[in-house]
Design a binder for this molecule. Structure first.
Ligand code: ADP
Ligand code: ZN
Length: 700
C-alpha cells in the first residue's frame, strides 16, 4: 500500500491527521506479513499498529490482551468508529461467548479481542481453529517473560495458539524493553526473523535533570527551586503516602497551592483532587504512582520525583507526562542513594523469600490462623512480603480462607498441597522475577548516578536507535549541578586520595555524613564521641565546603572507588568502605577521569566574568568555563567526529574544549595559545572553530 493511501485510511478510519512516531513503519510491516516486535511507550499508540491493518486485511485479527478491564473500552471505541470488533472474556456468560465466536467464524468481525485465560478453554481453542485468522497481535507482550514485571502463566500457551490458528504473521507489542524480555517474546511467540521497532521514546522537549540532595531539607530546597524555574502545572511524585503528605504540607507552607493524592484517600476525595488539578484550579499535585493512569493533561511543565522510582520504565512513564503539548518541560529526579531503601522494601514485599511459604504452612499445621498471626510467623520482617506469600499460596490452592464460626473473623487453613507436602509454588519463577526486579532497580540507579547524557541512557535502555552521544538538553549535557566526567588534575587527584585514605582509616564503619564531617574537621558529637578528631586524617579537607566533601564521597561511591553497604530501615544511609579500585587509586595515583563536583581551585562552576575587550593573545585559561559555549563546542565536535568517522576525543579532548570555552580565542594566533591545540589542529579545524566561537559571540 502506498503512503498516501495509508494516511488516507488513517484519517478515514480513525480521524487522526498523522501517524505518531514509529506507527507507520509498524503498520506497513504488519500489512506486509512480517513478524514484528514493537516497543513503544505507554500511550504511544500501539493499538493502532494492529487495528489499522486489521481493517484493511481480509479475515480476522486475533488480539490477545491481558487487560480485561480495558478490553470492552477498546472494542466500544472501535465500534463507535464503525469498525467490526468484538471481545470474548470471562465477563461474558457462556452462551454469549459461544455466539460471538460463531459470528467471528462466520466472518462478521475484523478484530477479536481475547484474554489469555481463554487459551486454557478447549471450547475456545476449537472455535478459533475454524476461523480465518490473518494476523495475531499480542498486547503487553512482556507478560510472556518471567523476566518481565508482569508475568502471566497463560501467555506461555501463545506459541501453541499461533500454530492452532494456522501460523499467521504475528506481532508483539510492549512498553518494556530489556533484551531478556525481548528475546523471550521472540522465542515464545516463535517469531521468524522479526522486524523489531523501538519508537516514540525520544521526547525532545523534555529536559532531563537529576539532582543529588544530601538531606530532606536540601530536597525541599531543590524542589522549591525547580517549581520556581520550570513553573506549573507540576506533578511531584513521592514513593509513600507519608512522603506525599510531608511534601504537600511543606509546599503549602512555602506558598505553593499543592494538593495530595494517594491510595489512602477515598475515591471521592481522589476524584476531587484530580479534577482540581486537571482544571488548573490547583496547579501542583503531590502524588504516589497511583496518580496518572489515563490522566491526559497536556500542559504539565514539570514532573519532579521526590523519591527514586523502581525502574527506568516507571520513571520515564511518569516523567513523560510532562510536556505532552510539545512545549519545553522539565523532569527532575531528586536522587539520594538512601532512598533506594524504600524501593528495596517494596521489592522485598513483592518477592517473598522461599522460606516464607514453608513457615506459613508450618504455622497452619498447628491450627487455623488469621493474617496477622501468619505475618508474625513468617521469617521476614516485611509484613507486605508475608501478605504476598499468603496471596500466592491462596491462588495456588495451598491455603484456603474460612470464616471462623465463633468469632466471624477471616482465618486461613491448609488446602491442597503438592504430593510431598510442600507448597505448590514455582520457585524458579519467583527467583527469575526477583532478579528482574533487582535489575530494573539497578537500572534507574544507573540513570541517576551515571555521568553521561541522561537521554542517551534512557534511549539506549529502551533499545532505541535514536540514541546519540549527547542531547544538549539534560543536566549532564548542559553542565548543570555536578560536573560531567573529566580528567582530574594533580590537585584534584590529591583531594581524591585524601578522601580515600580517610575512608580507609575508619573502613566500613560510617556513612557519608559522618565521614564528611571527619574529613572536613567538624566538631559535632558524632565526630568527637567516635574519637574521629584524634585521627591523622581529621580535618584534612577543611578547605572545601562540608557539602562538597559529602558530594565528593557520593561521587567516589558512584564511580566505584568506594563500596556502599546498605543499612536496614528506610531513611538510613549506606556504610562506605574502600573498594579494590579505590585502594589502587589511593596507592598508585593513576591518571583519573571522573565526574566530580567542583573542587575549589579546579572547580568550573563560577559566575562568568565580565567580557574582555582586549583581543591580545592570552597565555593561559584565566576565565571560568562558559558552559553554554562549551556545550555548543561539544555539539560541533560531535559533528566533526561523525563526519570524519573518528571518536570525539580525537577531535579535541574535553580539557581542550573547556580551555577554549574559558579563553574565547578570536584568531588563529590565539588558538595556538590554547593548551592541546597545535599548528596541525589549527590547520585542520581552525577556520570552523573560529566560526563557532565567533557565532557564539554574536548570540550574546
Ligand atoms: P498504548 O501504546 O498505551 O497502547 P494507545 O494505543 O491506547 O496507546 O493510544 C493512546 C492514545 O493515542 C489513544 O487515545 C489513541 O487514540 C491515540 N492515538 C494513537 N495513534 C494516534 C495518532 N496517529 N494520532 C493521534 N492520536 C493517536
Ligand atoms: Zn544529554
Amino acid at each position: 500500500m502506498i503512503e498516501a493511501d495509508l494516511l488516507l485510511a488513517l484519517r478515514e478510519r480513525f480521524g487522526h491527521g498523522a501517524f505518531r512516531p514509529g506507527q507507520q513503519a509498524v503498520v506497513e510491516a504488519v500489512l506486509r506479513g512480517d513478524d514484528v516486535v514493537a516497543v513503544m511507550p505507554t500511550g504511544g499508540g500501539k493499538s493502532l499498529c494492529y487495528q489499522l491493518p486489521a481493517l484493511l486485511l481480509d479475515g480476522v485479527t486475533l488480539v490477545v490482551s491481558p487487560l480485561i478491564a480495558l478490553m470492552k473500552d477498546q472494542v466500544d471505541a472501535l465500534r463507535e468508529l464503525g469498525h467490526e470488533a468484538t471481545f470474548v472474556n470471562s465477563s461474558l456468560d457462556v452462551s454469549e461467548q459461544r455466539e460471538r465466536l460463531r459470528d467471528v467464524a462466520a466472518g462478521r468481525y475484523r478484530l477479536l479481542y481475547v484474554a489469555p485465560e481463554r487459551l486454557s478453554s478447549p471450547r475456545f481453542l476449537e472455535a478459533v481453529a475454524s476461523m480465518k485468522v490473518v494476523r495475531l497481535a499480542v498486547d503487553e507482550a512482556h507478560c510472556i517473560s518471567q523476566w518481565g514485571h508482569d508475568f502471566r502463566p497463560d501467555y506461555a500457551r501463545l506459541g501453541e495458539l499461533r500454530v492452532l490458528v494456522g501460523n499467521p504473521p504475528t506481532a508483539g507489542f510492549t512498553a518494556t524493553a530489556t533484551s531478556g524480555v525481548r528475546e523471550d517474546v521472540v522465542r515464545q511467540l516463535r517469531l521468524a526473523n522479526p522486524r523489531v521497532f523501538v519508537a516514540g521514546f525520544e521526547r525532545p522537549n523534555l529536559r532531563l535533570i537529576v539532582r543529588r540532595p544530601g538531606s530532606v531539607a536540601e530536597k525541599m530546597d531543590l524542589l522549591g527551586a525547580a517549581m520556581r524555574e520550570s513553573g506549573t502545572p507540576a506533578i511531584v511524585y513521592a514513593a509513600t503516602r507519608k512522603n506525599v503528605d510531608l511534601v504537600a504540607s511543606h509546599l503549602a507552607s512555602r506558598g505553593f497551592e499543592a494538593s495530595a493524592y494517594h491510595g489512602g484517600l477515598d475515591s471521592e476525595s481522589r476524584a476531587r483532587v484530580q479534577d482540581a488539578f486537571m482544571s488548573g484550579e490547583r496547579p501542583v499535585i503531590v502524588a504516589t504512582n497511583a496518580f496518572g493512569m489515563g490522566v491526559d493533561k497536556s500542559d504539565i511543565r514539570l514532573v519532579v520525583h521526590y523519591d527514586v522510582p523502581g525502574s527506568v520504565e516507571a520513571y520515564y512513564q511518569e516523567a513523560g507526562r510532562a510536556g505532552r503539548d510539545g512545549a519545553p518541560a522539565d523532569c527532575v529526579l531528586l536522587y539520594n542513594y538512601a532512598d533506594v531503601r524504600i524501593q528495596r522494601f517494596f521489592l522485598d514485599g513483592a518477592n517473598p523469600e522461599p522460606s516464607m511459604f514453608g513457615a506459613i504452612l508450618e504455622r497452619l499445621r498447628a491450627g487455623r490462623a488469621g493474617a496477622a498471626d501468619l505475618a508474625l510467623a513468617s521469617p521476614s520482617k516485611n509484613p507486605i512480603a508475608a501478605e504476598t506469600a499468603l496471596g500466592m499460596l491462596r491462588r495456588a490452592g495451598a491455603v484456603v480462607r474460612e470464616i471462623d464460626a465463633d468469632t466471624g473473623e477471616e482465618v486461613y487453613a491448609i488446602g491442597t498441597l503438592a504430593e510431598d507436602g510442600s507448597a505448590p509454588i514455582d520457585l524458579d519463577h519467583l527467583r527469575a522475577k526477583r532478579a528482574g526486579d533487582e535489575e530494573r532497580l539497578r537500572s534507574i540507579c544507573g540513570y541517576a548516578a551515571g555521568s553521561a547524557c541522561r537521554r542517551a541512557y534512557v534511549l539506549r535502555y529502551f533499545g532505541s536507535d535514536e540514541a546519540r552521544e549527547r542531547c544538549e538538553a539534560c543536566d549532564r549535557c548542559q553542565g548543570i549541578g555536578v560536573a560531567a566526567a573529566r580528567d582530574l588534575d594533580e590537585h584534584e587527584r590529591k583531594i581524591v586520595r585524601i578522601a580515600l585514605s580517610g575512608v580507609a582509616r575508619v573502613n566500613d564503619r560510617f556513612g557519608r555524613s559522618r565521614l564528611a564531617q571527619f574529613l572536613f574537621g567538624g566538631k559535632s558529637r558524632e565526630v568527637t564521641e567516635a574519637g574521629l578528631d584524634r585521627l591523622p586524617t581529621y580535618g584534612k579537607l577543611a578547605d572545601l565546603p562540608l557539602r562538597t566533601v559529602g558530594d565528593l564521597l557520593e561521587a567516589l561511591a558512584d564511580e566505584g572507588l568506594l563500596h556502599r553497604r546498605a543499612l536496614d530501615g528506610p531513611g538510613s544511609g549506606a556504610i562506605l568502605s574502600l573498594s579494590d579500585e579505590g585502594r589502587r587509586v589511593m596507592l598508585d595515583d593513576p591518571p583519573l577521569r571522573l565526574a566530580l563536583p567542583g573542587l575549589g581551585r579546579a572547580g568550573v562552576r563560577m559566575p562568568r566574568e565580565p567580557k574582555r575587550s582586549s583581543r591580545a593573545p592570552r597565555l593561559a585559561p584565566t576565565g571560568p568555563v562558559d558552559v553554554n559555549l562549551a556545550s555548543r563546542l561539544r555539539g560541533w565536535r560531535l559533528g566533526e567526529a561523525k563526519k570524519r568517522g573518528i571518536p570525539a576525543y580525537a577531535v579535541f579532548h574535553d580539557a581542550t574544549l573547556e580551555a577554549l570555552a574559558a579563553m574565547h580565542p578570536r584568531t588563529e594566533a590565539e588558538l595556538l595559545t590554547v593548551p592541546g591545540i597545535g599548528p596541525r589542529r589549527v590547520a585542520t579545524f581552525g577556520a570552523e572553530l573560529l566560526q563557532v566561537l565567533g557565532a557564539e559571540e554574536e548570540i550574546r
